[in-house]
Design a protein. Structure first.
Length: 419
């Protein structure tokens, strides 16, 4: 998937240059290069706007709508598309202001106290605003705001179609339609990759053990979106967008796993801590749902699966992409050598590696497991850790956040298909 996205990005970036090269081969068309450069500038602007909206969808919706409204002549404002109506972007601006007040007021509050509210914001507002931006981008695309991307898609379609067939009227109409689909698909692909990485940043805000750090991360993310949207017509803004797109393509798999983890953690925090719904006792014959906190063989960090005991050792089962055939890995770790601690926001299974004289965090459970911590420890055969203080839980949160950006411990295992 990453290779396909990289090929798509390279095609978008080199499309105007290829068009210029094709046109400059004909001496009669002396304006080919300037036209291609202008198309490249428009294309870079549209990619920058898409990136800015994906970084902060709600802010992007407000700035796009307000920008269309205030730059239009007063006589033309009634004919503007719906996303440029003050009723729409004004309501979004009010919601954005309320979120700003909420984020500013929580600096003085303990993180463990505001974590359920952060989880609710991550689960609802961040996801809904990401979905809300899609029809806004579609409306802007249909109104010609992304004409360069659509034109590039049309050029690609015409290059793929036979020349004789492309000259016919029905084929020309089909070429325009396919070009719009290709341009819209490219916009959607870039938006999706950037949004997943942006949502991973929201999960990091949820997982950070300090409200002050939350505010700094939110400020950095907001500043990034404002720079992209306000400097979309300038070279610095377009270079910034290019760097972000390349970085997002590189980090996409890890960011996607972090988003899945943050979504499930947020669901647990909202359901059981904010709404107060009871947590059922764990079934003795059912593995415990968890995420890897180390590299089990070839498995990456934060792989979602289930933890159990098999042949006197810890065993982890998972499904590729969460839908494939179930597989399992058998470790050689004796559960009696592991501890189950309450952790920050969710319990953790740790193992003391006597050979390396190091404490290795193996798995992180969902927050609901903390309600029946003793039962879960007995089910897995691990030692329950004594009740820890808030300070030690925050320290564990700091260590875990740092571990997300450091090389994870590697545990050698035996992989096999689950029966």
């Amino acid at each position: 998937m990453m290779r396909m996205l990289l090929v798509l990005l390279l095609f978008i970036l080199t499309g105007p240059a290829q068009a210029a090269a094709a046109q400059t081969t004909a001496p009669a068309h002396t304006t080919g290069l300037p036209d291609a450069l202008r198309q490249g500038e428009r294309l870079a602007r549209e990619l920058t706007l898409t990136t800015g909206v994906a970084v902060s969808p709600l802010l992007g919706v407000v700035l796009l709508g307000a920008g269309h409204y205030f730059t239009a002549a007063e006589a033309d404002r009634p004919a503007l598309p719906w996303h440029a109506s003050p009723r729409f972007w004004g309501a979004a601006a009010v919601l954005l202001g309320l979120l700003f007040v909420k984020d500013s007021s929580k600096v003085a509050l303990p993180k463990l106290l505001v974590a359920p509210l952060d989880a609710l914001e991550t689960l609802l507002e961040k996801n809904l605003s990401g979905l809300l931006a899609l029809p806004v981008l579609a409306s802007a695309f249909s109104n010609g705001d992304f004409a360069a991307l659509q034109a590039l898609g049309t050029q690609a379609t015409e290059a793929l179609l036979p020349a004789a067939w492309a000259g016919e009227t029905p084929a020309a109409a089909a070429s325009g339609l396919l070009g719009a689909i290709l341009g819209g698909g490219a916009t959607l692909a870039i938006y999706a990759v950037i949004w997943v990485c942006s949502q991973a940043g929201n999960v990091l805000i949820l997982l950070s053990p300090s409200s002050l750090l939350d505010s700094l991360l939110i400020a950095a993310k907001t500043t990034m979106a404002v720079l992209l949207l306000s400097l979309a017509d300038t070279l610095p803004g377009q270079l910034l967008a290019l760097v972000l797109v390349l970085l997002a393509l590189r980090l996409f798999p890890r960011a996607l796993r972090l988003v899945v983890f943050g979504t499930l953690v947020s669901q647990d925090l909202v359901r059981h801590r904010l709404l107060g719904r009871p947590v059922p006792s764990p079934a003795a014959d059912r593995p415990v749902r968890c995420f890897t906190s180390c590299r089990l063989g070839g498995l990456p960090l934060l792989t979602c699966g289930r933890l159990g005991v098999q042949d006197g050792a810890l065993a982890f089962s998972w499904r590729p992409l969460m839908v494939g055939r179930e597989r399992s890995v058998q470790t050689t770790i004796d559960p009696a050598t592991c501890t189950l601690g309450r952790g920050f926001l969710s319990p953790v299974v740790c193992w003391r590696d006597t050979r390396a004289a190091a404490r290795v965090q193996l798995f992180r459970l969902l927050p609901a497991a903390a309600v029946h911590l003793d039962l879960v420890a007995a089910q897995l055969g691990v030692r329950g850790q004594e009740e820890t203080s808030v300070r030690s839980r925050l320290a564990e949160g700091w260590r875990w956040c740092r571990s997300l950006f450091a090389p994870a411990a590697v545990i050698r295992v035996e992989a096999k298909e689950a029966g």
